[in-house]
Design a binder for this molecule. Structure first.
Ligand SMILES: [Zn+2]
Length: 83
């Protein structure tokens, strides 16, 4: 009896943990990094996990570049971007 009770408590704990955890990060506020187009000067916000993915393939001295949505030019991280 007491054993089953314990098991039950553990299940409840686990379910509670599942509710509190957010495996997909959907509830997290997304951190964005501002990119600025070198061609048209427009700015765009890129989620930081996307930038990380781009960064993964780069050497230390290379900057992440994304294609501008507006003119298909090259966007780079804005200098005044926090972080
Ligand atoms: Zn552009």
């Amino acid at each position: 009896m007491s054993k089953n009770k314990k098991q039950d408590d553990m299940n409840k704990e686990f379910l509670k943990w599942l509710e509190e955890e957010d495996p997909l990060g959907l509830d997290d506020e997304i951190t964005t990094i501002i990119f600025k187009c070198m061609d048209c000067g427009k700015e765009d916000e890129v989620p930081d996990f996307v930038v990380d993915e781009f960064q993964f393939d780069l050497k230390d001295n290379e900057e992440v570049e994304v294609v501008c949505l507006f003119c298909e030019g090259t966007m780079r991280r804005a200098k005044n971007s926090p972080k």
